[in-house]
Structures are given as structure tokens and as C-alpha cells.
Design a protein around this ligand. Structure first.
Ligand SMILES: *[C@@H]1O[C@H](CO)[C@@H](O)[C@H](O)[C@H]1NC(C)=O
Length: 326
């Protein structure tokens, strides 16, 4: 009885602490990367409505124009390609001029890409670089270059990782990059606590955004499959590719939530709450399936993930048989 009461009291205290908000939101500057679409785009609009001074970074000119068209002139946009150091430098210059001597209150590292994704032996180094350069190296460079401004304002950093940063599957640079974001953010948080800079990690489950666009993923899978050597293709079998596409379609349709505000709510909390959380699992699939599974012993995660993906025709047994035949 005593234990239950203590747990209830602790939970109530935590909930109250968690809901305390910062004062004087207006006049605070927030810089968000990847605002062309998805989480970044929605977050920019919502923070703008709440009175933040939003500087939204988009990869494309069209992204900037579309965002300007549905907001007021107090929302500023800048072009930013996080894989290009010069582009980051000019964004920092712009934000330095905009914020004057107040510094930057919020940095939301949201820009990311998922493709190329696929079984590991379908990929080459270029495929890994394309994802890692944006999701991890780009994020680190943006963070390093904005840190002086963030320290000045005793600001907040919000990094978008993924459940796939906690549980690696699907091959390619995506899980790798998100796992890197988790670890970079952890050490950054520990280093920056002395300066009053707080770091939060967002771990979304599957959501429908540009990153999970089935069209882009399928087109890229076709590219990977078509360039495989006959040996590798034969080891998987044509049927594998068809099944892989089927699983991809089915999982995108059934797993992906369309309510991306679940993710932006977490980002908002990390910026507005007096005590931002270290980690935010966003979406029921993250909270109830992926994150708990990431704590399970590896063999259980292996079995669960094996159930989700198709098997190559040349699995261990048939490979052994071929070797005997030769
Ligand atoms: C981003 O910058 C990199 C490196 O300069 C370049 O290769 C790439 O094409 C750029 N991407 C876009 C969309 O401009």
C-alpha cells in the first residue's frame, strides 16, 4: 500500500513539474532546419502562431516561398543545405544579425533523409554517405556553429532522432545516423549542462512525411535492385524483391501515423517547458512497441524483426546445400 501511494505521489509530482511552462515566450528566437515539409514545416507554423520569432531553414527556394505564403512577415526563412559548410556559415551569419546580442534561444535539428535504405549488401559507400552526411555530420556541424549563440541565450537544442536510432533495422545509413544523433546529443547534454543549455532528443515512431514517402523509397529500392550483381540478386531471388516491396507498402500503410502533431507537440514541450525532458518517444508505436523492444534482449528483437521482413531464397540452409553440390 505504502509503495503504491509513493508511486502515485511521485507520478503526480512529476506530472506537475512536467507541465510548468517558461515565461516570456515572445521575443525568443528559434531556428529550425528542414522546414520544407513534415515536422519542421508544421513546427515553424505553430511556434510562429505562439509568438516565437521563427527562423525557418529550408533546402529549397520553393520551401521558403510556400512557408512565407501561409505565415506573416515576422517568420523569416533562410536557404540551408546542411551538407554544405558554406551554406551553414551563411545561415549562422544571418541568425547572428537577426538575434543581435540576445543570442539564439532554440535550435531544432530536424532536417533528415531516409533513403537509400535496404539490405546491407545492396548498398555501397556512397549510399551510406548520402544519409550520414545529412542526418549526422550535418546535424553536428550545424550544432557546433550555433553553440556560441545558444550559450549566450542559455538556450535549448532539440535533436530529432528516431526509434530506429534505438533499434537498428532496415539497413543503410538511417539507423546508423540516428544512433549517432542519440549519442552526440547525450554527450552534448552532459557538456552543456554547466552553461544552462538544455538538450532534448525526439524519438518518433513511424509517421507519414517526406522521409517515409513510399514513392521515393520504392524508386530507390528499384535503383538498388537493378544495379546488383547477378550473384547477389540470385542469392535473394526475384520473389524476395517483390515481397520486400509488399512488406514496405503494407508497413507504411498500417504503421505510419498521419498525425504528425504528436511529434511537434514533443518539440514544443522541449522548447516551452520549464523542465524539458531528455527523451521524447512520439507516437503509440514508439511508446508501446519500438522503445520497449529496444530494451529487450537482442534475441527477442531479432525474432520480432525477422517476422516483419521477408527471407532470401538462399537462406543458410540452401546456401550450405549449394556448397555441397559444388
Ligand atoms: C547540398 O550541398 C552538397 C555539397 O555542397 C551538394 O553536393 C548538394 O547537391 C547540395 N544539395 C542541394 C539540394 O542543393
Amino acid at each position: 500500500m505504502g509503495t503504491v501511494t509513493s508511486i502515485v505521489v511521485l507520478f503526480v509530482c512529476w506530472t506537475i513539474r512536467d507541465s510548468v511552462k517558461m515565461k516570456d515566450i515572445p521575443e525568443k528566437h528559434v531556428f529550425i532546419t528542414g522546414c520544407d515539409s513534415g515536422f519542421g514545416n508544421l513546427l515553424a507554423q505553430r511556434l510562429h502562431r505562439k509568438g516565437f520569432i521563427v527562423i525557418a531553414a529550408c533546402l529549397t527556394e520553393k520551401g521558403c516561398q510556400d512557408l512565407k505564403a501561409c505565415t506573416s512577415p515576422t517568420l523569416k526563412t533562410v536557404l540551408l543545405n546542411v551538407t554544405n559548410p558554406k551554406s551553414i556559415d551563411s545561415a549562422v551569419e544571418y541568425v547572428t544579425a537577426e538575434t543581435g546580442n540576445k543570442g539564439l534561444y532554440g535550435l531544432v535539428n530536424n532536417a533528415g533523409r531516409a533513403t537509400p535504405i535496404g539490405p546491407t549488401d545492396w548498398l555501397d559507400m556512397e549510399d551510406f554517405h548520402r544519409v550520414l552526411d545529412v542526418n549526422l555530420i550535418g546535424l553536428i556541424e550545424v550544432t557546433l556553429k550555433f553553440l556560441p549563440l545558444l550559450k549566450k541565450a542559455r538556450g535549448r537544442i532539440v535533436n530529432v532522432a528516431s526509434v530506429m536510432g534505438r533499434l537498428a533495422f532496415g539497413g543503410g545509413g538511417y539507423s546508423l545516423s540516428k544512433c549517432g544523433v542519440e549519442s552526440f546529443s547525450d554527450s552534448l547534454r552532459r557538456d552543456m549542462q554547466h552553461f544552462g543549455v538544455k538538450v532534448s532528443i525526439i524519438e518518433p515512431g513511424f509517421f507519414k512525411t517526406g522521409v517515409t514517402s513510399l514513392e521515393i523509397i520504392e524508386k530507390d529500392l528499384h535503383r538498388l535492385w537493378d544495379r546488383l550483381t547477378p550473384d547477389i540478386r540470385c542469392s535473394y531471388g526475384d520473389k524476395y524483391f517483390q515481397n520486400y516491396l509488399k512488406v514496405q507498402r503494407l508497413s507504411m500503410k498500417t504503421l505510419c501515423s498521419t498525425d504528425i502533431s504528436k511529434v511537434t507537440n514533443c518539440m514544443e514541450h522541449a522548447l516551452i517547458a520549464r523542465y524539458p525532458r531528455t527523451r521524447y518517444g512520439a507516437g503509440w508505436d514508439a511508446k508501446l512497441f519500438w522503445l520497449p523492444l529496444s530494451y529487450a534482449p537482442a534475441f527477442i528483437a531479432d525474432i520480432m524483426l525477422q517476422l516483419l521482413l521477408p527471407r532470401p531464397i538462399c537462406s543458410k540452409r540452401s546456401l550450405a546445400k549449394n556448397q555441397v553440390d559444388v
